[in-house]
Ligand binder design. Structure first.
Ligand code: ATR
Length: 294
């Protein structure tokens, strides 16, 4: 069978995503486009796994599946079944990419979400080292962003959340790991302690995600005047209210599509032991945008 230039045969390496739900995933677009671009004999699909992700991973190994992505709600639950976990993924406590290691008879876990975000920032020349970063949110995504920015040498990180105790817990934990980074916790409702200088703001709450496109986690225009660059982890909608507020106040604004793209690219690189070139990245970006109707 010939699909988009791919020949599916007895040698085709099989990859996929486990999570629940998986119906809206764009990962097949990323990986099957790259496979087609490079002429790799592999195929990527989505496996809905409602419960028992550990059994799913063990079954995937038994079936000879070469690699998996893991999404919500299983990113932490699969860790006990892995034969190895990359250091950074271990610190974050969440994996999104499993690489088959035959010698160890199991999978090694990685987290490519944060390296994906880092590469997306680098691509736009947005620096982290020595910078002041304000993170909105204190869920799993915000915690990982705080870990990444501290590990990349941010001078100062402020975590603002609706529930302040969650921001405080993140600050305590990450300060212990990266004592050189000055970390502060605060409330999204009290903006009296913002840094004096303009800052990079990373929006890591679920606010503003489709269908709630008219929401932004902070609406106060004075806050947005302090932002030189705003990065929203949300990519649907393509232009979020947070991004519009950043731009209206004179800052640069980016959505999370490149983070999604690069987390996939880095997983593909791990699975195929290669570097994906920028032409391939551009092709995948075009396909993702087409998929989103853009
Ligand atoms: P994830 O793992 O994707 O980060 P999560 O753990 O559910 O998801 O975290 C969601 C984040 O969005 C939290 O910071 C949450 O604030 P609380 O910790 O106070 O719950 C934030 N969030 C969600 N809806 C919000 C809203 N309407 N206003 C403000 N913050 C909101």
């Amino acid at each position: 069978m010939n699909i988009d230039g791919l020949n599916i045969d007895g040698h085709t390496r099989i990859f996929g995503l486990i999570g629940n739900p998986v119906g809206h995933t764009m990962s097949p677009v990323i990986h099957n486009t790259l496979a087609s671009y490079y002429g790799h004999n592999l195929i990527y699909g989505a496996f809905p796994v409602a419960d028992d992700p550990v059994k799913a991973v063990e079954g995937a190994y038994a079936l000879g599946i070469c690699g998996l992505n893991v999404t919500v709600p299983h990113k932490s639950a699969v860790i006990p079944t892995l034969v190895e976990t990359d250091d950074f993924a271990f610190k974050i406590g969440a994996v999104n990419t499993l690489v088959r290691v035959d010698e160890k008879k199991g999978y090694k876990g990685y987290n490519t979400d944060m390296p994906g975000l880092y590469r997306a920032l680098q691509q736009e020349n947005i620096g982290i080292a020595g910078e002041t970063v304000v993170i909105l949110g204190a869920g799993g995504a915000a915690r990982a962003v705080a870990m990444m920015t501290a590990s990349k040498g941010a001078a100062r990180v402020l975590v603002l959340n609706r529930t302040v105790s969650k921001a405080e817990a993140i600050v305590r934990e990450i300060t212990a790991l990266y004592p050189d980074c000055r970390m502060y916790a605060g409330s999204i409702y009290d903006l009296s302690n913002l840094p004096d200088e303009k800052f990079l703001c990373i929006q890591a709450t679920s606010t503003g995600m489709s269908p709630h496109v008219e929401q932004a986690v902070i609406e106060n225009s004075a806050f947005y005047e302090r932002i030189h660059t705003g990065f929203d982890l949300v990519y649907n909608p393509y232009d979020t209210k947070f991004m519009r507020l950043v731009r209206q106040a004179g800052g640069r604004a980016y959505n999370g599509l490149n983070m999604l793209l690069y987390q996939g690219v880095i997983a593909y690189e791990l699975w195929n032991n290669m570097k994906v070139d920028e032409d391939a990245v551009s092709l995948v970006r075009r396909r993702l945008k087409e998929e989103m109707g853009l």
